[in-house]
Design a binder for this molecule. Sequence first.
Ligand code: SF4
Length: 323
Amino acid sequence: MAIVMTMDSLQEAQRQQPVRHPEKVHRRANPIQRKPAWLKVKAPTSKEYRDTKAIVRANNLHTVCEEAACPNIGECWEKHHATFLIMGDTCTRACAFCNITTGKPTALDPMEPGRTGLAVKQMGLEHVVVTSVDRDDLNDGGAQHFAQTVRAIRARNPNTTIEILTPDFCRKPNAVHAFADAVPDVFNHNLETVPRLYPTVRPGARYFGSLRLLADAKLHLTNVFTKSGIMVGLGETDEEVGQVMDDMRSADVDFITIGQYLQPSTHHAAIDRFVTPEQFDAYAEMAKGKGFLLVASSPLTRSSHHAGDDFARLKMARRKAAS
Ligand code: SF4
């Protein structure tokens, strides 16, 4: 029997959908600006893209690629490079740049680490990136569950290298100790923006808390590479970008990523400027001069974009620096 939806019932159905960003709906609307040519990407259509999607769905997992509406999804998923989003799809914070749903999350799923390990195997990943929502409702911010996911991936995929892109674990001082027997190959935590913009862009976080987490990871996790990133186009100045680079280096961060902020909806932070590819090159030169082992700086750079290739470069750069 065909089901016919009237306009009224359609509107009612839409009203009953959970609001993705309840905290943002009453904010002033910021019109979405047209993207310059260098930010245009093709819509994903390939069979490999659909295969990746099928594995994610079959294992009942979430990805940041979809939740954050990443512009690189076509390119990455074609190569089966998906970045898993663990601890659910609902975040306890409401950063002004982020497209992930804000709200009260459900309880942690103890089977999720195992399913993540299985999906990594099914995708045949040599290098996997795992990230998560912020879980300020949990005493440890989710650090133990994150570490359990690293163990579960390693148990099923002993040759896969693991990169984690963590939240700040509620700024708990000993969060990295949860990873003492589950040391990832790369520990990434993004500073996201310059400290002056934290109160409006990343209000639930503290700039120096995030720097401390990165410094702790380098100090306590043997042989780990540390990585951090910022978005530009949120209202920062070039001098402030340089200062963030210095702060990262003072926390001994190995790898910096810099990409263009893209506004997910009219209720998110407005784009202040589209940074040109030439300016991204200038940031890259500046970062190299400050001593990072590796730098990725381009309009479409994202933390997990080309993460496997970058990991190989990081290892090479460390070997070269040591010789
Ligand atoms: S850049 Fe990262 S988040 Fe974006 S599609 Fe690729 S793997 Fe996913």
